[in-house]
Write a protein of this length. Sequence first.
Length: 465
Amino acid sequence: MLGSSQITSDSHDGEALSFSGADSQSVHLPSADKSRNKPLTPSDEQSRKRRELRRKRGRQLKRVLMGLLVLAAAAAVALALRPKPVAVDVANVTRGPLSVAVEETGVTRVKDRYVVSAPVTGRLSRISLEAGDQINEAAALAQIAPLEPPLLDPRTRAQAEAQLGAALSSLGRTRSDTSRAQAALEQAQQELARTQKLVGSGSLTEQALSHSQFELRMRDQEHASSLFAEKVASEQVRLARAALGQDDTSASGDGAQRKSVKGRDSHVDVRAPTAGQVLRVHQQSEGVVQAGANLLEVGDPTSLEVVVDLLTTDAVHVSPGTRVEISGWGGDHALNGSVRKIEPSAFTRPSALGIDEQRVNVIVSLSDPREQWAALGDGYRVEGRIELWHAEDVLQVPHGAVFRYGNDWSVFVLDGDHVRRVPVSIGHRGDDAVEITAGLEAGARVAVHPGDRVKDGVQVAPRQL
């Protein structure tokens, strides 16, 4: 039992503890520091010194490592806060040719285009020609026949039949008058013959002969007048029958002649004004056409020109003979041309943004041989580049090198690994370069498209273009 046990210990450290109990058994535990009481040998002293030296060196190494770590962190912070060089693209200021041009879309067209229209109103026969067919000058392109008479309603037909009946009656009356005038003429001729015999025998005077001659002339004029009246009545009958759609070959003696004239003029031929090709057929099917209606277009597609519409502000710098480069037409090379004419009148056309622009057509003649643009046709889309100004020896920099600074133009010139802003004066603007008239010399290096970080005096990392 714990109550009957005894625990004894020495008052000195390092001595053993003893436990005793009722069973008279005791347990002795050795002391952990028992060895301290032993005297140190020389080897133990050296070991202790070595351990202390190692501990000291370890503490010194920790201090050095901590110092190096602090220095590295400070260097990293300093490097991070140090401004880095700004990467910029640079290009050289050079001398060379420079052109100022304007590019616009144009279309090709035949120089001499003829629009063939209907000369009269009538029924057009079907046009057998198609676009691209070759034609000769004065060749028949189409035929126009007279229109069929309109249909008559019962009332109109009754009126026309009544007019025909009245015309026939008038013709009968005039024929009767003609017969009576013929009989009177024959009677006057016989009376004149008897009077001449009696005057010759002395039975009648000369006055009677004069009266007979006068009567003969009067009867002759009456007979001629009746013949004219009969002809008028015959034409009235023909007109009335034509209104009814009836042929008239018996109303007058020249009916056969009229029928032959009608057969000869039953249609009108529409002929080609020139030799060439059919460019477009406006009316191919048979049908009624009015006089002046467009039927087809003809021309010579081997004789082409280009029409380019320019802004009037650009057209004032263009003159006949200006060089033009034609591209974007589908071929593998550009075509050469020159301005032939600038139309005197401009027109208004809205731009892609809906703003009205004043434009004018510039006519361009192709200079290259026909073999080089044989694939071009009428109405093809092309891109025209018209040269407004050109010089062979011009001091120039890329477009992206110049920028506005206040009211002036400036560039950033590379000076070592820094840039400095230099004011310049510019002249003509080409497609990719700008003319420098003052402020720079050939061979200098300028920054191209500098960003917001590029300032006067800033350090840069140049990249040569």
